[in-house]
Unconditional design. Sequence first.
Length: 337
Amino acid sequence: MQPDLPLPFTTARSTSWQSLWRDAIRDPRELLALLDLDGMVAGVCDSAAAQFPLRVPRGFVDRMRRGDIGDPLLRQVLPISAEMAIMPGYGLDPVGDAQARTGTGMIRKYRGRLLLIATGSCAIHCRYCFRRHFPYADETASHDRWHSAIQTVRDDETIEEIILSGGDPLSLVTARLEELTTALAALPHVKRLRIHSRLPIVLPERIDDDLISWLNRLPWPITFVVHANHANEFTADVDAALARLRATGATLLNQTVLLRGVNDYLQALTDLSERGFAAGVLPYYLHQLDHARGTAHFEVTDTDARRLHAELTARLSGYLVPRLVREIPGGTSKHPL
Ligand SMILES: *Cc1c(COP(=O)(O)O)cnc(C)c1O
Ligand code: SF4
């Protein structure tokens, strides 16, 4: 007789984005074993991992080359001893967020735009992250169910664009995001919503029916700024997620951090722009590294960055060339190099 309930081995593995999120790899040794790099465990730095834990979804690990410790995706997530170097000029608040803070989880730097630190969580922990030292626990705009953020926007009619950032704003469940947008929709001076998220790239399963249906109900033009640093980050699943986002009418842009050993050569940047465009994403910014403590080994000099950017400009169609910028605390915009 057939049992009423499917047996465990006949049940499809749950692939809700939450379960994939929880299933992320956090142990550097497990990561290296999966990549046939067991021999390289001596290169893992436990103190770096203690400061900022390893976290990487299994689907992202699948895109790394086996047996290659220099893989450009692996370098973005593996804690190594170079992070422990204390370098002059590399600090805990590299972009002046503390000074630009206008309320809990709110950062106001540029005209017309309010950036909300929606949450401190990310599906992936990028070693070069400029907010790796940010005091997230008490500093998110969602902590009070958006109350003070909504009040701030209501009281300031010069705010025309809301930028959801983090952490990764899509780490919040869609219902929580909708609480915010429902309140914002009642404020006529809000004209645009922008979502800065690495999730469409690193955990494309997050772009689920719920999220798409929420996006389709929003009253504003939506811009997604995704974050990919290397062409190898794109897969068929990423393409499908991005296509679903595009089908809502959203504009898709990519920002990249220029990273030594990851994408600091012409072919890598060319492939990234072309691969992104094939997936419906236009290059937006190529960021010079923000000087967060523990990231100096990723630095590319301004001279090399300018040369690469000039070569890229000579090689690609204009719309495939991102703007090379550095964030300078106190500036009125990202600073073009
Ligand atoms: C980068 C940033 C923005 C967005 O700047 P754009 O040049 O419009 O992309 C807005 N607010 C803050 C605090 C930022 O750091
Ligand atoms: S996804 Fe963005 S915010 Fe999160 S760790 Fe990576 S760079 Fe930092």
